[in-house]
Ligand binder design. Structure first.
Ligand code: CDP
Length: 222
């Protein structure tokens, strides 16, 4: 079974998808980490974010790998060409750079087959922006997570502060809005709910409540 979880930044996708994968004993795939990895590699190599050719080549050539915990099966580290980039792909700088890379069809064409391969070894919970629409259009369960803009910005602000990133709440909101607008308005695989997705507004819900609801849907469709 494939569970596709899409939604904007701060909607709770990662936390919920991980908890769900654990509960359902399924694999977990964070597709955003892959686009973030391409953006990081581009920045490190001095590739301009409008150099389409160089970005396309980079996306085809870098080797992105997820290391997993032996007990929980959940990913512990994201590796790019053998380097641990787990923390480096979550900085505000990469937040700001990633949409420019992810909008390129050539970059997406390099990532999507790798994402599809992840479903070969059994059940999968995959999260991103185009999982239900493009990557796994036949997923048995599609969920589109949302939350109010205030709530999403609040969550991201706390997350960044926990990591020692001192950014004001207003700046977090502005940058998040800019990324969501870029992701939703691009031509290639824009952020959108699939027609057959279950819409779930997580504002005011706890993580456990969201996981419980999706797990029940998954059990009904298994
Ligand atoms: O955690 P957050 O929701 O903020 O972002 P993410 O899931 O790590 O995704 C980072 C960025 O990657 C998004 O803003 C999109 O530009 C891009 N992305 C995408 O284009 N397609 C996906 N399936 C996943 C992410």
């Amino acid at each position: 079974m494939i569970v596709a979880i899409d939604g904007p930044a701060g909607s709770g996708k990662s936390t919920v998808a991980k908890a769900l994968a654990r509960r359902l004993h399924m694999h977990y795939l964070d597709t955003g980490a892959m686009y973030r990895s391409v953006a990081l590699a581009a920045t490190q190599r001095g590739i301009a974010l409008d150099d389409v050719e160089a970005l396309a080549t980079l996306a085809r050539e870098i080797r992105i790998a997820f290391e997993h915990d032996e007990v929980t099966g959940l990913p512990t580290r994201v590796m790019v060409d053998g380097d641990d980039v787990t923390l480096a792909i979550r900085t505000p700088q990469i937040d700001d750079a990633v949409s420019a890379v992810a909008r390129l069809p050539q970059v997406r064409a390099a990532m999507v087959p790798i994402q599809r391969d992840e479903s070969a070894s059994g059940g999968l919970v995959a999260e991103g922006r185009d999982i239900g629409t493009v990557v796994f259009p036949d997923a048995e369960l599609k969920v589109y997570l949302t939350a109010s803009a205030e709530e999403r910005a609040r969550r991201r602000h706390i997350e960044l502060a926990d990591r020692g990133e001192l950014i004001g709440a207003d700046a977090v909101r502005e940058r998040m809005d800019a990324r969501d607008t870029a992701d939703s308005s691009r031509e290639a695989a824009p952020l959108a709910a699939a027609k057959d997705a279950v819409l779930l507004d997580t504002t005011g819900l706890t993580i456990d409540e969201v996981v419980e609801r999706i797990a029940r849907l998954a059990e009904e469709r298994a």
